[in-house]
Design a protein around this ligand. Structure first.
Ligand SMILES: [Zn+2]
Length: 133
């Protein structure tokens, strides 16, 4: 990874705003994950009897799904924060063009400009099942 030492990071106001939003989101997500984990552990101790086991399993898988989704979001938030720190935020990782501000606002975690995203999506249609990430 190339370090841009000659350009010390100068965060614009907009990036700083996004950064603060991301930090808040990360805070509430990790709090949510901690609560979910605590509830999950408590739940498990409640369901000791075999009759309740089936519904316990359903609850568990639902909780796991929520947790997985939150964890994915958390990973994306962390990735975006790392890109901000590296000065790569808002730069398309495919063509290295700037990602439009409207797109950043709508999808703060995106690493692709709208053109590359559209291109990758049409490739996915041509080759279903291929993972573009
Ligand atoms: Zn691009």
């Amino acid at each position: 990874m190339a370090l841009r030492k000659e350009n010390p990071i100068q965060l614009g106001d907009k990036v700083e705003l996004v950064r603060r939003q991301l930090l808040e989101q990360r805070e509430s997500l990790s709090l949510g994950l901690r609560v979910a984990t605590a509830e999950f552990l408590n739940d498990e101790s409640l369901y000791t009897d075999a009759i309740d086991q089936a519904s316990a399993d359903i609850d568990k898988s639902f909780a796991m799904q929520l947790k997985n989704r939150d964890r994915d979001t958390l990973i994306q938030v962390d990735g975006a924060l790392r890109r901000i720190e590296a000065g790569d935020f808002g730069i398309c990782e495919r063509c290295e063009d700037e990602i439009s501000e409207a797109r950043i606002k709508a999808f703060p975690f995106t690493t692709l400009c709208i053109d590359c995203k559209a291109e990758l999506e049409s490739e996915e249609h041509r080759f279903p099942g291929r993972n573009s990430n």
